[in-house]
Design a binder for this molecule. Structure first.
Ligand SMILES: Cc1cc2nc3c(=O)[nH]c(=O)nc-3n(C[C@H](O)[C@H](O)[C@H](O)COP(=O)(O)OP(=O)(O)OC[C@H]3O[C@@H](n4cnc5c(N)ncnc54)[C@H](O)[C@@H]3O)c2cc1C
Ligand SMILES: *[C@@H]1O[C@H](CO)[C@@H](O)[C@H](O)[C@H]1NC(C)=O
Length: 338
């Protein structure tokens, strides 16, 4: 049996570990090494909205392909009765645009019922919100709440015979001679682990509120109102290179004022929790294989990190690509052993 180590138990680590078990389960034993698990990962802060964001240098065709894989994966769970357990709901969404240069997204044909708003609708909403909207669209899509999805995935991983060890990894080379393949899904942790200078924290603060009358998701610039099963998530912020994990008062005000401007009744909502997460920002998602010789022992590292603000949307798609590299790694090891 070959041994595979996966570093990280966020959405990326867990989906990748599961994919490896699914494709290679009879040939490999998978162990996850991680500092944190749900509810303490970055994804746990997120509302888990399916929306692809373009990452500056990640090819658009990859983003679309990965996002489509996740959309199909969520849709399947939803159809087969796993909606509650995996934190999935299907809901109507509206996206409003103030910047006249912002293009319509390329994923309109993946989501359901993508429809551009008319000038009249935009003006109507604009007068309610005291803004000028240059564009906007509605669609129907999923939220897949990581605080539910992660425990669901973790349970699957363990019942497939996976092992999870909670500890910090200081150097990937420590696995040489113990695990033939290491899969690095450390998210922002890759900054320290590899000294990857392209990694950047993009701080996001949200407020989880109780507003059981809110049934649709609204996005307008930095502000968003995303409906989850047990709460509504109000956002948000995008602060580059800010590592502060404690909620800031000025951000609380910015979030609540902005969201109440869109939906005034949210003034009456009860704030349950303010939360902060650091998105693993990188100009380009890194899915790559690296071969090394450490103390005379060959070692294969597969990287899968840097998913920025759309790790939930991309996770299963990226897990499949990373798993493909693990499969290639396994075949080269098996050949060299003949
Ligand atoms: C406020 C906010 C809202 C968001 N909303 C959305 C959304 O609506 N839709 C969407 O698609 N995305 C959203 N995102 C982005 C999404 O949450 C992230 O892209 C995603 O969670 C990244 O997952 P990850 O597994 O790479 O990283 P993480 O969740 O950070 O996981 C990294 C894992 O690696 C472990 N680790 C790191 N370093 C080490 C080490 N040295 N040793 C051992 N273990 C280590 C950590 O403990 C952790 O388990 C949002 C993010 C934020 C902050
Ligand atoms: C999450 O973090 C809190 C605070 O550090 C800790 O008490 C709790 O045990 C952690 N949960 C898990 C499941 O690791």
């Amino acid at each position: 049996m070959l041994k595979v180590a996966v570093v990280g138990a966020g959405v990326i680590g867990l989906t990748t570990a599961l994919e490896v078990q699914k494709k290679l389960g009879h040939r490999v034993a998978v162990t996850i090494y991680t500092s944190d698990v749900s509810p303490n990962t970055t994804g746990d802060v997120s509302a888990g909205l399916w929306t692809p964001y373009l990452l500056q240098e990640t090819p658009e065709t990859d983003v679309m392909r990965w996002s489509k894989v996740m959309h199909d994966y969520i849709h399947d769970l939803w159809k087969t009765g796993f909606a509650e357990e995996a934190g999935i709901s299907l809901q109507s969404m509206i996206h409003l645009i103030t910047d006249a240069n912002e293009k319509l997204p390329g994923w309109g044909n993946i989501a359901f019922g993508f429809t551009e708003l008319t000038r009249k609708q935009l003006d109507q909403l604009g007068s309610e919100h005291k803004k000028y909207y240059a564009g906007g669209f509605t669609f129907v899509s999923f939220t897949c709440e990581p605080c539910k999805l992660l425990p669901f995935l973790q349970k699957q991983f363990l019942s497939n015979g996976g092992e999870l060890i909670m500890r910090k990894v200081y150097d990937l080379e420590e696995f040489a001679g113990k695990h033939e393949i290491v899969v690095n899904c450390a998210g922002l942790g890759a900054q320290d682990l590899l000294g990857d200078k392209q990694m950047q924290a993009i701080r996001g603060q949200v407020a989880r509120v109780r507003a059981p009358w809110q049934f649709n998701t609204i996005m307008e610039g930095e502000n968003y109102i995303i409906v989850n099963m047990d709460c509504v998530v109000l956002g948000g912020t995008h602060q580059e290179n800010d590592f502060d994990l404690s909620p800031k008062d000025e951000d609380k005000r910015h979030i609540l004022n902005g969201c109440c401007n869109l939906v005034p009744s949210l003034q009456k909502s009860e704030v349950l929790k303010h939360m902060v997460g650091l998105r693993p920002g990188r100009p380009k998602v890194r899915i790559e294989m690296e071969r090394k010789i450490v103390n005379g022992k060959p070692m294969i590292i597969v990287h899968n990190y840097g998913h920025g603000g759309s790790g939930v949307t991309l996770c299963v798609g990226c897990a499949k690509d990373a798993c493909q590299l693990v499969q290639e790694g396994v075949s080269t090891i098996c050949k060299s052993k003949l």
